[in-house]
Design a binder for this molecule. Structure first.
Ligand code: C2E
Ligand code: MG
Ligand code: MG
Ligand code: MG
Length: 279
């Protein structure tokens, strides 16, 4: 909360502890109701070839159409969902909805690209998570190779369990992406050990890519490392032509960011991009 303080300009005041708890409880009870009332929706952000001509994939991103507060971003409600266990219900819904949508697109117009779904750590560490995935694929009729699960480095800290889960998922034929790559608790041995098919270079390295030599060096190095490890690469958060120009050198790279497209409702993705889909 920001209050005007005449002497010191703007100052931050910690909210009263009780107020914080009350707000959280209210958010939790709203979220429960919201889930029951089907207020959660998915937006989809297409991912492109560097020339912007081909859609190579689509990422599902959850939003909440709150009756009073409007469209809420996942950063507002997923932390509470994770604290309260509602994340399991949300995660299950997201997976099913995303797979269903891609199946519909495939049947309608040959949108034969993978749908990427973000996982939360608790979901990923659920026992028999691979069986859950198998069930969702079976239920929706989507082929495993069209599902890409996005995990983050932090989820793999328990290396033994993670290896087993990732191997089972990989055996199903599902693709595994390492999201926000470079920002987490990273060990290069993970890359060798786990069946990861794609690295997504975090937006924070892309931001200053045209101005900062170090960011440029880091991005180039991640790209060439991925190539040597036979992994695909996505650059996240491309907002400008200059940023894109830097990445153009790498023809096989995948581009995601506002420069090509923001996350959009399903009908807008269809209207704008169905004819640009890679087969
Ligand atoms: P993420 O998976 O790294 O997704 C990328 C985020 O960056 C999205 O924010 C997207 O809207 C935003 N973004 C994409 N291109 C640009 C760009 O060019 N510039 C900028 N400034 N931002 C861009 P969003 O939708 O708010 O999601 C935030 C995070 O919430 C996601 O980060 C992901 O970690 C998490 N999340 C979203 N949906 C789900 C979900 O269904 N389940 C789980 N467990 N997590 C989710
Ligand atoms: Mg993601
Ligand atoms: Mg990311
Ligand atoms: Mg993220």
């Amino acid at each position: 909360e920001v209050k005007k303080n005449v002497k010191n300009g703007y100052r931050f005041y910690a909210k009263d502890f009780n107020t914080q708890i009350e707000e959280k409880l209210e958010l939790e009870s709203d979220l429960r109701k919201g889930i029951a009332n089907n207020e959660l929706i998915l937006h989809y952000q297409p991912k492109f070839s560097v020339d912007g001509q081909t859609v190579s994939g689509v990422e599902a991103l959850v939003r909440w159409e709150h009756p009073d507060k409007g469209l809420l971003a996942p950063g507002v409600f997923l932390p509470v969902a994770e604290e309260t266990g509602l994340i399991f219900e949300i995660g299950t819904w997201v997976l099913k909805k995303a797979c269903q949508q891609m199946k519909i697109w495939q049947e309608e117009g040959g949108f034969r690209v993978p749908i990427a779904v973000n996982l939360s750590s608790q979901q990923f560490h659920e026992s028999d998570f691979d069986q859950h995935i198998q069930y969702v694929l079976h239920e929706t009729g989507l082929e495993a190779k069209y599902l890409e699960l996005e995990i983050t480095e932090g989820m793999m800290m328990d290396a033994e369990t993670s290896t087993v889960t990732l191997q089972k998922l990989s055996d199903l034929g599902v693709k595994i992406s390492l999201d926000d790559f470079g920002t987490g608790y990273s060990s290069l041995s993970y890359l060798k050990q786990f069946p990861i098919t794609r690295l997504k270079i975090d937006r924070s390295f892309i931001n200053d890519i045209t101005r900062n030599d170090h960011d440029r060096a880091i991005v180039s190095t991640i790209i060439s490392m991925a190539k040597h490890l036979k992994m695909n690469v996505t650059a996240e958060g491309i907002e400008t032509k200059d940023q894109l120009d830097f990445l153009m050198q790498n023809k096989s790279m995948e581009i995601q960011g506002y420069y090509f497209s923001k996350p959009l409702p399903a009908n807008e993705v269809e209207a704008l991009y169905l004819n640009k889909a890679a087969i």
